[in-house]
Design a protein around this ligand. Sequence first.
Ligand code: NAP
Length: 484
Amino acid sequence: MNKLNDNQLLKQYSYINGSWHSSETEFAVVNPATGELLINVSNAGVIETELAVKSAKSALKAWSSKSAAERAVLLRNWFNLMMEHQDDLARILTLEQGKPLAEAKGEIAYGASFIEWFAEEGKRVYGDTIPAPSGDKRIVIIKQPVGVVASITPWNFPNAMIARKAAAALAAGCTFVGRPATQTPLSALAMAELAERAGIPGGVFNIVVGEDAKGMGKVLTEHPDVAKFTFTGSTAVGKQLIAQCATSVKKVSMELGGNAPFIVFDDADIDAAVQGALVSKYRNAGQTCVCTNRIFVQKDIAQAFTDKFVAAVAQFKIGNGVEEGVVIGPMIAKNAVDDVDKLVLDSVKAGAKVLLGGVRSPAGDNFYQPTVLTQVTNDMPVAANEIFGPITPIITFETEQEVIDMANATEYGLASYFYARDIGRIWRVAEGLEYGMVGINEGLISNAAAPFGGVKQSGSGREGSKYGLDDYLEIKYLCMGGLS
Ligand code: NAP
């Protein structure tokens, strides 16, 4: 951490109502690449979370009363500060999360881009007029901020998952309480420091950091002053949190797990497909919700694709994300390595063949070798489960309908990808895939202008784009009568 240009970005306390709050106990934030202690952080809990909700509620009236243009100026300041401090924010992110520095810098720019986007999009919250059923009435629709927004986010994108939610919430005129994952609180706290410098008033953006996920989660999902709850994380936890939100009928949006198919048809540009699969699969050591989980390759080109793909993966440099040229960093923790190792071993027992890797890495306890498996079937553990690690199962197929059916045979429906050139096939497959997002001849699909989100058990709601504001707005119908 001593290499930061601005040491004030390294914070140890929760940020509530515009000030830094210490708590009685602390918890350790550890570098997943080395196991070294980075810093001890004050351990907030239920009381601090309730205080943050109260602060967000108190700040709501003044914030929602500002014009969208006034809020945009402050959001724009925040965006500028994030980009100005991109190197420091990326360094903090890599140290607490593990991803290579270049990827961390990319995440900061990606997170900041949502702040820039929503600063502008907040100015375009249009209402509507509707022809009334009788001449003495007028029907007018206005949109208003939902109120206090609470969020819980995971460790895999410690900056961007918060930015995607907070930017839309604040632009819409809502106030915000965020609880980042226990393993990665520092990126969220650095964002709070920059929000303060940007001039965002106290109480509008609050971050509570602490180990008591359940207790803090209960406050954020059940408190009567929270109007909307937004979650990014696993489907299993998301289901519990939806149930908790039901007790007070909160507006809810969920960005949950995925099991992305990546389909390569025999008319595809094989080199482009290999490149697309590499970026989609191995970013963040395979720990993203939109990571390719299963590659399907049409039989006639399976050998050619697999040879090129394996040759490219074999070149990856594994190591500490702060080192030059590292492509695969550590996984978040030892139990994550155990989980992927078990998926590989169980799939090999079921008949899969290891072409590359398939073992833990000598780089350290939290590292796993980039792995490619062939002779995989769609029911093997490595294909049926969300892998969340640097493992690629390759499945061969013969017909278009067969692969669409296999791709859809999962409870998830977040991202999907396919490579083909035939225009008829492109439309048939794009429409046939039961996913919220489809990359067509493209492996990197997420950006602030596009609606990110899933169907089926991958969640509800959208983040980014003109649709992303809707999750933070209520529609109000004004019926004006007695006009004749
Ligand atoms: P997770 O276990 O669901 O944890 C996510 C967050 O929920 C963390 O902040 C965690 O806190 C908190 N949490 C866990 N149990 C809780 C409870 N009972 N009550 C309240 N909060 C609770 O997920 P993960 O394994 O860290 O993250 C990976 C998952 O996120 C994957 O399934 C991935 O696909 C999904 N994800 C989805 C998207 C998307 O946009 N769709 C994006 C990124 C990740 P602690 O850290 O304290 O445990």
